[in-house]
Ligand binder design. Structure first.
Ligand code: ZN
Length: 122
């Protein structure tokens, strides 16, 4: 069951989230154009679209901040430099699960060490 989940490095994941926000923003604006006849509705969509794009900029800025705090390491599997956020993260290049905590070494890669979002089956 664990095998079909592909892990992405956190920085990559946030980056794709920010990118999708840009598309969502433009999507909302496009929907707004379909309501040209109803001016207030169009303006509302435009505002939301702009907000989504502004928010994505904020997220990109946040990635920049996170990157400076991330720990640069050389991935033991693909030997490329990657950055780690938190105790467990995945390699940016080969998605190899990585840990900084010796106690977690060798254990099943488990996202719940970072957040409570995903529960691992006991
Ligand atoms: Zn790697």
């Amino acid at each position: 069951m664990m095998a079909d989940i592909t892990y992405k490095s956190k920085i990559n994941r946030i980056r794709s989230f920010a990118l999708s926000l840009v598309f969502i923003g433009f999507g909302i604006m496009y929907i707004g154009l379909l309501f040209k006849s109803t001016e207030w509705l169009m303006i509302l969509f435009m505002i939301f679209g702009t907000l989504a794009i502004i928010f994505s900029t904020v997220v990109y800025f946040w990635i920049g901040l996170l990157s400076t705090r991330a720990i640069p390491i050389i991935c033991p599997t693909c030997e490329k430099p990657t950055k780690m956020l938190g105790r467990v993260d995945a390699c940016m290049h080969c998605k190899q699960p990585l840990t900084l905590d010796k106690n977690l070494e060798g254990k099943e890669f488990d996202e719940s060490y970072n957040s409570k979002k995903k529960k691992s089956p006991k």
